[in-house]
Design a protein around this ligand. Sequence first.
Ligand code: 5GP
Length: 197
Amino acid sequence: MPATSQGRLVVVSGPSGAGKTSVLQRVFELCRAPLCRSVSATTRPPRPGETDGVEYHFLSDGEFQSLQKDGNFLECFEVFGQGYWYGTLWSEVTTGLEAGRWVVLEIDVHGAMEVLKRFPDAVTLFIRPGTREELEQRLRGRGTESEPSVRRRLDIADRELALADRYQYQIINDRFDQAVEDICRILNSLWEKSRND
Ligand code: 5GP
């Protein structure tokens, strides 16, 4: 896959409810590396306030399958085993890389392992909640998930946490500002280093 010398992938995982999206939003504002976000495709229905093409490309099952059949996904996975698919589109990745951007993929651990097979030099970050109780509180506090969905997400969280040591960096999101600062420090330093190489 062609990439400019400075284009790079940044893979960010962590359990649902660990606060990845909010932390990353702030990182995008503060970090000096030329970050851009890969907008994933999903068959999950939009939550109130979510807009097609912003948080996700919201697709029907048929649309998703057709893209999958035609090889448009770098990786895709039925993340919570409830019939909703999520996937990284090649188009999101190549557009960013060709522009020399650091493309941030916020994806689950299976997706991350797939991406690493193709892009072994990707930067990998795992965002963990302070405690499991915090995770549970955040998932319930969102008010977007049914009780079975919260339970399911907590089960998957345990499995994701067990794979955290496969990532280059682990960030604990028990204090929002600190988590943002930690990620910015890592990315800024890798970015400066890549410019001096
Ligand atoms: P949510 O339904 O809460 O938006 O997302 C649930 C989880 O799906 C996220 O925690 C994230 O790890 C995962 N996810 C989002 N987009 C992708 C993707 O493109 N590929 C994979 N493998 N996982 C994704």
